[in-house]
Design a protein around this ligand. Structure first.
Ligand code: SF4
Ligand code: SF4
Ligand code: FES
Length: 493
């Protein structure tokens, strides 16, 4: 038995105006769960503490709370020293008990077809990934779209897709889902990561519903325009300036010193068409650290804007062209520096080569230390790097070699899932919220690792928004300057 200190947000709306945090020192056994900590408070210190539980084994969903801001099942989460336990982001009835009924009642229901229909094994298998929901509503507490729109939420979309796959249902689930906010989802994947039943709502429900909407001619006009552009040009953004693929001087860029590794570079539409300087900065950093870079010029859009918006008709053509362009050159590791492209290549392609984010490549080779820069930075986690690729620490480790980092909450900036083009007001509201978080840190600059995030966030902060590669290159340039050496030059200079 040991003693730990935990904080619990207490609130009785009938008696108090505002919630307050209460600290408790409680005895717990090793491996105790948050639910055991709540029992210890209730039974030994304050019997007025209100919280829910039933099964105690992760099956009923009734004990969901937030621990240190993240929604979890109290009966499954370990009780650790110093944790803060709060209710889900739903109307509070008392302490940790929230009002679930409005949301549960709003969930889509099966509307039976006239004749009885038997489910086939195929139907059951298709529905399976979506049916294990325990209605804990943890996913609602992390959804950025719900914070700024009337979106009914992730589990409502899960239920719509589950019903769309059920032959016993007669209602049109797609028009329902669109009415409930299908196109407001930024595909940030926060709901999937929060779900105790590991239900892949963005990929298995939202993108699938959007694909059915597309087959029914219900894709948003702005998303259709992007698809047309990709079909006609191979790129998701129009050309306005010389591209990275035009500017980079050769297909194979050799490092300055000994070759420590070779990667194929998948540049992606945004770095190729809108931010070519950032991609050139990355090439310099790779050269400096012994990485040979091969850049197939025939590569095209990865197809992410099509997958996220459900427009799949010519996706396979893009995939084949991209895969062939690297396979043809015998490349066994393809590097991305766009979080969206990386997530797509890793999760939506079946590639015969490894795919690595630039942070994995640089951390893997062990970089030459750059000079430290006298500024403070905050780091924005791109959803498709943090959750899409599970990469959190590597970018921070790289950034910390050159700049002091001030952390901020990892929340979606609002640019993904076709929201920036399809729902600009929502994207602006989320961008503004992100700008507010950046402001609170007091940092001089913002660093990220995704061109969509960088481009979007730049509209909502007065701080410079930079890519990790550009910041590392600044560190090397400063190091050279201090040594009196000739500043690093670009490959096309
Ligand atoms: S992916 Fe993100 S925006 Fe979409 S439903 Fe899940 S939490 Fe909400
Ligand atoms: S989808 Fe997952 S997180 Fe959301 S209510 Fe169901 S079980 Fe809970
Ligand atoms: S008490 Fe049932 S899931 Fe936690």
């Amino acid at each position: 038995m040991k003693k730990i200190s935990v904080k619990v947000l207490r609130f009785d709306p009938e008696k108090e105006r505002d919630p307050h945090l209460e600290t408790y020192l409680i005895p717990v056994n090793d491996g105790a769960r948050v639910l055991h900590a709540l029992h210890a408070i209730h039974d030994g210190i304050d019997s007025t503490l209100a919280y829910r539980y039933c099964c105690g084994s992760g099956q009923c969903g009734s004990c969901a709370v937030r621990v240190d801001g993240e929604p979890v099942l109290a009966c499954m989460e370990e009780a650790r020293e110093g944790i803060v336990i709060e209710p889900l982001k739903l109307p509070v009835k008392k302490d940790l008990v929230v009002d679930l009924l409005p949301m549960i009642n709003a969930l889509p229901h099966l509307e039976p077809a006239g004749e009885p229909v038997m489910l086939s094994k195929q139907d059951i298998d298709a529905i399976k990934p979506l049916r294990s929901c325990i209605e804990c509503l943890a996913c609602l507490s992390v959804c950025p779209a719900m914070d700024v729109t009337k979106f009914l939420g992730p589990t409502a979309m899960r239920q719509e897709m589950r019903l769309a796959l059920d032959p016993r249902n007669k209602a049109n689930r797609i028009t329902e889902a669109i009415r409930e906010g299908l196109f407001t989802c930024t595909t940030c994947q926060a709901c999937w990561k929060a779900c105790p039943k590991d239900i892949e709502i963005p990929g298995k429900a939202i993108e699938k519903l959007r694909a059915i909407a597309n087959r029914n001619g219900l894709t948003l006009p702005r998303h259709q325009e992007v698809a047309t552009l990709i079909k006609e040009t191979g790129r998701s953004v129009p050309k306005t300036e010389p591209t990275f693929l035009e500017l980079v001087p050769a297909e194979v860029i050799e490092p300055y010193g000994e070759v420590k590794g070779t990667v194929g570079f998948f540049v992606g539409c945004m770095y190729n068409m809108r931010l070519p300087k950032t991609a050139l900065d990355a090439i310099e950093v790779l050269r400096r650290n012994g990485i040979r870079v091969i850049i197939p010029k025939e590569q095209v859009c990865c197809g992410s804007p099509l997958i996220r918006t459900g427009q799949l008709s010519f996706l396979d053509t893009l995939k084949r062209r991209n895969i062939d362009s690297f396979v043809f050159r015998g490349i066994d590791t393809v590097m991305t520096m766009c979080a969206g492209c990386g997530s797509t290549l890793k999760n939506d392609y079946r590639t015969p080569f490894k795919v690595k984010d630039i942070s994995e490549v640089l951390a893997g080779c062990g970089i030459e230390p750059p000079a430290r820069l006298p500024v403070k930075a905050t780091y924005h986690d791109p959803c498709h790097l943090l959750r899409g690729q599970g990469i959190r620490d590597l970018p921070r480790q790289l950034v910390c070699q050159v700049i002091d980092l001030i952390e901020m909450p990892s929340i979606c900036c609002g640019s993904g899932g076709g929201v920036r083009s399809g729902n600009p007001e929502e994207a602006a509201a989320l961008g503004k919220r992100r700008g507010g978080e950046i402001q609170k840190t007091g940092a001089d600059i913002v660093i990220s690792s995704c061109p969509f995030c960088e481009f979007h966030i730049a509209g909502y902060t007065d701080k410079p928004v930079k890519n990790i590669a550009s910041v590392l290159l600044e560190g090397y340039t400063e190091k050279d300057r201090r040594k009196g050496a000739k500043a690093v030059s670009r490959p096309n200079e």
